[in-house]
Design a protein around this ligand. Structure first.
Ligand code: BGC
Ligand code: BGC
Length: 873
């Protein structure tokens, strides 16, 4: 396959490496003819592991399951390869039994997000996220990573990975930028096919036992949403949708990828009308999951894709008028497999689809198309011949999971992904015969190194010792390189001339949790107060007269002019994964190693240069779309696409700035805000929930534990003596919590990341209410209090026990919203210019409740007639 990117005047015809096989087609027809409607619908449903037992899979004759981010067998993060294989066996056997006596069988399959290695699995090799691989720009290496990942997945007995992501992320505010190889279609086009080849191994590999089904996602335009909002609106023209956002499908499907995942975003274009409607008018909210035009007419009919389309996690529920459990429109639009993740939803969805076929809302032909595709993919993967998961070639083979050979590939990928942005007076490479002072919150942080989608969905709650045996942080790697005795971690004990290596970077995040909000900018130091502390380490080291090498971990380019000015050398290391030795190899030029990485995303000069993409070279007369910025003028990148320094070349690639004295952008408004903040907040402060800003961490504490605060794990249960917190799904997955208080005083609170004060006076000035959504599951004891603290004992509290709604039964779809004026808390003592705990809920007696969507809402006192009055509380 040619790697140079052509211009696509039309949607191209796929020329798949996995050819149509007449024997398979005949066999599929024969099986389909014997299937009942119920059996067909069962094939179309894919629940989450935690929400389906083997017995249920058998009862409903399900076709597949997925384990979502942070879902492991037995809910055990440290499940071994054998545990995974045993679980895979259980479901596989259940489905064999389900078809006993039917005269035919349909093997089960299991899908996972192996998106940078087999990242949900303990001890797996974790490769750099795609943004780093894009900088490495080595398609052959991509193929080897795909092969290694497929082998690790095969070790656990699974069949299908939701990878690769082939998005072209255009706006750096999007929380999924790091999942894309590049802002530009060129690298994506040259990588997608290689990754699919590596994962799936062509038509022969797919039949074997060392490869897995590959899945290009998210069709289509996810990287082009307005203002980088996750699940947002794409307004690109069809020509640009095709040539900027779809090229990864062209090469990935040519390489034989058998699955395409629908995307959460919408596409606002006349062509995307609902063609089911005679009126031709847009009758739904343009979401891809409902786009018959893009799913059926373009992908299946025009491009000739003959594999299956899977929905994204309850994506059908995002269509106007739909819920996760009920959406015939999404079936009719052309989705074949439905990730309906929760037990109550998938069971309802099953019954709904059956009645919708019976009453003619969905045609039998549509169901047959879906099931034909599912059986075809299963047959191409040879599932009828493969033994049960535990009997497969690599099953349970612990020596392959996180093997030295795979870690070596990852280490090479890390080395090749590093982009050297600045190297003043050749401070790099470093010498082996010196001592180093290693600082910064990321230096020994496996979570910052691996990012989201690493053992847990958000990539948080992980530590190197307990969760990543065999991995190496930067601190471990440099100790290995120069000897522990030559590494200081405390500035006061390091001699004055010791070079400081400061490793800083973003906390892990996935999906919408990583979106940069309207009131924020790309300025690293202002995103979180803990990031500001990291930046000030760089500054302090420079002020102390030390030479400084800064290593920057991030899921996207960010505004770091000040940190660059204060560093002698600056390395963009992206989200490198488990093998930090790949960084020291290059810093110390081990065996002549040099920097090979080149930016696959343009680097911003200004705080709000959010959408500064290179003009796609294959599009003649490229016209900048309205949502992109003028890269010739005000938003000219600091470092252009393709930039990257090297030891062996002194080429500065046209960058003329003095990198010791970059101008600082004085903007102090969020990129989504036009007017200066007059001290009156205008937009919500999102504290906890689907669009939270990430500025606050959920923590719990209690008397029985001497008020020691524990971080709430966003992916699994967190428990202290008198309080248990379980993540639950509310507006999005895992965006709310169930709280079970016990017999002694305990509390949950949302606190600034570093525990320091934050100024929220603008919210008090704006007559805001503190709002939260709740389902009270048992009667509220009189000891319940709501507080906001300004560094305890500075606090203001109200008695919320009498103001809570009536008790609901668990599973009820309705929630209640409580609105407490900030002024009531202020009257009782909260100093809003100094709040650390922006919300705190406490009880001394048993009570259960679900809590989500916690926010401060400006100007809601007058409008919200239903706000509580201070007398009520
Ligand atoms: C993500 C997908 C992922 C799926 C299953 C969704 O929330 O958007 O990328 O494959 O979850 O984990
Ligand atoms: C504080 C504790 C205090 C407790 C009592 C907590 O928020 O951190 O120090 O004893 O509240 O309510």
């Amino acid at each position: 396959m040619s790697t140079s990117l052509p211009y696509f005047a039309e949607w191209p015809q796929i020329n798949s490496a996995v050819l149509k096989d007449e024997a398979i087609e005949a066999e599929v027809v024969a099986i389909l003819a014997q299937m009942t409607l119920e059996e067909k619908v069962g094939q179309m449903i894919q629940p989450n592991l935690l929400e389906v037992t083997p017995a249920e899979a058998k009862q409903y004759k399900l076709g597949s399951l997925l384990n979502g981010g942070g879902a492991w067998p037995n809910n055990n993060k440290h499940s071994t390869a054998q545990d995974w294989v045993n679980a895979a066996d259980d479901y596989w056997k259940a489905l064999e039994e389900a078809y006993e006596g039917r005269g035919f069988r349909i093997p089960f399959m299991w899908a996972t997000d192996a998106v940078h290695g087999h990242n949900n699995v303990y001890r797996a090799t974790v490769f750099p996220h795609n943004i780093g691989l894009g900088a490495a720009n080595n398609p052959e290496l991509i193929k080897r990573i795909g092969q290694a990942t497929a082998e690790e997945v095969s070790v656990t007995g699974l069949d299908w990975t939701f990878a690769p992501t082939v998005a072209s992320p255009r706006d750096y505010r999007w929380g999924r930028v790091y999942e894309g190889y590049s802002e530009d279609p060129e690298i994506i086009y040259s990588f997608a096919g290689k990754m699919v080849e590596g994962l799936q191994g062509g038509s022969t590999g797919l039949k074997g036992q060392r490869n897995v089904i590959s899945n290009v996602k998210h069709w289509v335009g996810d990287g082009g949403t307005l203002e980088g909002e996750d699940r947002g609106e794409n307004h690109y023209s069809e020509e640009y949708l095709r040539n900027i956002h779809a090229t990864g499908y062209f090469s990935g499907l040519d390489a034989g990828a058998q699955v395409v995942m629908s995307s959460f975003n919408s596409w606002h274009d006349e062509a995307n009308y609902d063609l089911n409607e005679d009126s031709g008018a847009a009758v739904y909210n343009y979401k891809l999951h409902g786009s018959k035009y893009l799913l059926n007419d373009i992908l299946k009919d025009r491009m000739g894709f003959d594999g299956l389309i899977v929905t994204d996690w309850n994506g059908q529920g995002e269509l106007d008028g739909c819920t996760a459990a009920n959406c015939p429109e999404a079936v009719n639009a052309g989705n074949d497999v439905f990730m309906v993740t929760s037990r109550s939803d998938w069971q309802a969805f099953y019954h709904n689809v059956i009645s919708q076929v019976n009453n003619g809302t969905i045609s039998m032909a549509r169901i047959d198309d879906a099931v034909t595709r599912i059986l075809r993919v299963k047959m191409r993967a040879n599932l009828w011949e493969k033994p049960k998961p535990s009997m497969r070639e690599l099953a349970g083979n612990d020596s392959i999971l996180g093997s030295d050979a795979h870690r070596a590939i990852a280490r090479q990928a890390v080395s090749e992904s590093l982009v050297l942005l600045k190297n003043e007076e050749g401070i790099l490479p470093l010498s082996n015969n010196k001592s180093y002072l290693v600082l910064g919150s990321a230096a020994n942080s496996i979570q910052k190194q691996t990012g989201g989608w690493s053992l847990t969905w958000q990539g948080d709650g992980n530590t190197i010792g307990a969760d990543f045996p065999g991995a190496s942080t930067f601190l471990m790697a440099i100790r290995e390189q120069v000897g522990t005795e030559n590494v200081y971690t405390d500035a006061s004990s390091a001699p004055d001339d010791t070079i400081a290596i400061v490793v800083i970077g973003e906390d892990p995040y996935a999906e919408m949790f990583g979106d940069i909000k309207a009131n924020q900018t790309l300025e690293f130091a202002s995103l979180k107060s803990s990031y500001a502390s990291d930046s000030s380490i760089v500054q302090t080291m420079k002020n102390a007269g030390r030479e400084v090498v800064t290593i920057f971990y991030s899921g996207r380019p960010l505004y770091v002019n000040e940190e660059i000015n204060n560093s002698n050398a600056f390395v963009a290391a992206w989200l490198p994964g488990t093998e930090a030795g790949g960084i020291t190899d290059v810093l110390f030029a081990k065996s002549g190693a040099d920097f090979k990485g080149r930016l696959s995303y343009s680097w911003p000069m200004k705080k709000c240069s959010t959408t500064i993409n290179r003009h796609a070279p294959n599009i003649e007369g490229y016209v900048t779309p309205a949502m992109e910025q003028d890269i010739e003028g005000e938003h000219k990148p600091l470092f252009p696409y393709g930039y990257g320094l090297a030891y062996l070349s002194s080429d500065t690639q046209g960058v003329e700035y003095n990198l010791d004295d970059l101008p600082l952008d004085e903007r102090n408004l969020g990129c989504g805000v036009d007017e200066p903040d007059t001290g009156v907040a205008a937009i919500n402060l999102e504290i906890f929930g689907p669009s939270e800003s990430g500025e606050f961490d959920p923590r719990i504490a209690g008397e029985a534990n001497n008020w020691t605060a524990f971080e709430v794990d966003r992916g699994s249960v967190t428990s202290i003596d008198a309080l248990t917190v379980t993540p639950i799904n509310y507006l999005h997955q895992q965006d709310a919590v169930k709280l079970e208080f016990g017999n002694s005083l305990a509390e949950i609170f949302f606190e600034t990341i570093d525990g320091g004060p934050s100024d929220q006076n603008a919210y008090l000035n704006a007559d805001s209410t503190l709002q939260f959504d709740i389902q009270l599951l048992s009667a509220a004891p009189s000891s319940m209090r709501l507080r906001a603290d300004c560094e305890y004992p500075c606090t203001g509290e109200v008695d919320i026990s009498t103001a809570l709604p009536s008790v609901r039964v668990e599973g009820d779809a309705e929630w209640d919203t409580i609105k407490v004026p900030l002024s009531c808390l202020a009257e009782n003592g909260t100093e809003f210019s100094l709040v650390d705990k922006v919300f705190l809920l406490q009880s001394a007696d048993p009570v259960s409740l679900n809590l989500g969507n916690v926010r401060y809402v400006p100007r809601s006192l007058d409008e919200a007639a239903d706000a509580l009055s201070c007398e009520d509380i």
